[in-house]
Write a protein that binds this ligand. Structure first.
Ligand code: RIB
Length: 294
């Protein structure tokens, strides 16, 4: 089983063909609300593939909170440790979809109230997990605490350092896999990608959007090319990659196979609207991989 500790947001998505200049009002095409949040997205990615997924997170006692918790349940995710707080509203993400790309502002709300207390409460769950996945849309102190708990319990961690501002370099000793994109990698390590990768063989995996992902295996740089497809909405592609990577590694795939698997899952995810809309089942990934995985 896999546990995700992280954010749950309602995505408020505006699709527009005109990008407003400062002070300008423009007419957009479509407004939609869909489930999101990096934590919840990664959880759904694992569950769609058939993984046994448990979520630790928080929502507000409002209609978004109920809808999002229910969405996780419908996806087959255990929500015993998803708290409904009356101290904050459910987190939201304001997403502007423009020219097949997105710009996102997150207002954390209840996600900011996940503390070490909630991590302690979920310790029995963490202990049983084959892997814990985290991101950085919950407080950095909580991430730090959870990383230490996982280390003490000997549970492997995949940390997706997004958004990267609150990343602490000392966490490199506490994580098993770190999966920044190129921009996050540059922000975190302040050096070129090659040298950063060489310092963390088989641990640092840099995602390259539609171009795939890369890592250093201790001897050589490994590039796993992405599957080229027509993107409808790239929101959640990184989350799909992370969920699929964790699923594949915990199912015994080598890192190389797992990255290939995750790339394919991410390529399928961008073909439909919404962060979770296109997340694939195992069958869909296997079909695209052409039966290469067992
Ligand atoms: O990674 C995509 C996600 O980032 C969106 O679903 C949004 O909620 C933000 O957290």
């Amino acid at each position: 089983m896999i546990t995700v500790i992280g954010s749950i947001n309602m995505d408020l998505v505006v699709d527009t063909t005109i990008f407003p200049k400062q002070g300008e009002t423009v007419l957009g095409n479509l407004f939609t609300t869909v489930p999101g949040g990096k934590g919840a997205n990664q959880a759904v990615a694992v569950a769609r593939l058939g993984g046994d997924l448990h979520m630790v997170g928080a929502v507000g006692q409002d209609s978004f909170g109920k809808e999002l918790t229910n969405n996780l349940k419908v996806e087959g995710i255990d929500t015993q440790f998803v708290y409904a707080t009356d101290e904050a509203a459910t987190g939201i993400a304001n997403i502007l979809l423009y020219e097949q790309d997105n710009r996102i502002i997150v207002v954390p709300g209840a996600n900011a109230l996940i503390t070490p207390k909630e991590i302690d409460a979920a310790k029995s769950l963490i202990e049983k997990s084959e892997m814990v996945i985290m991101q950085l849309e919950i407080p950095a102190d909580t991430v730090q605490y959870a990383l230490q708990v996982c280390k003490d319990l000997n549970v492997p961690v995949l940390l997706n350092p997004a958004p990267a501002e609150s990343f602490n370099p000392s966490w490199m000793d506490l994580v098993d896999y770190l999966t920044p994109n190129e921009t996050e990698c540059a922000d975190i390590f302040s050096e070129d990608v090659e040298s950063a990768l060489e310092k963390y063989p088989n641990k640092l995996i840099v995602t390259l959007g539609s171009n795939g992902a890369r890592y250093f295996d201790g001897k050589e740089h490994i590039f796993i090319e992405g599957y080229k497809t027509k993107a409808v909405d790239t929101t959640g592609a990184g989350d799909t990659f992370n969920g699929a990577l964790a699923y594949a590694v915990t199912n015994g795939q080598s890192l190389k196979e797992a990255v290939r698997f995750a790339n394919i899952a991410a390529s399928l995810s961008v073909e439909k609207f919404g962060a979770q809309g296109g997340m694939p089942t195992l069958q869909m990934v296997e079909n695209r991989l052409g039966g290469q995985i067992k």
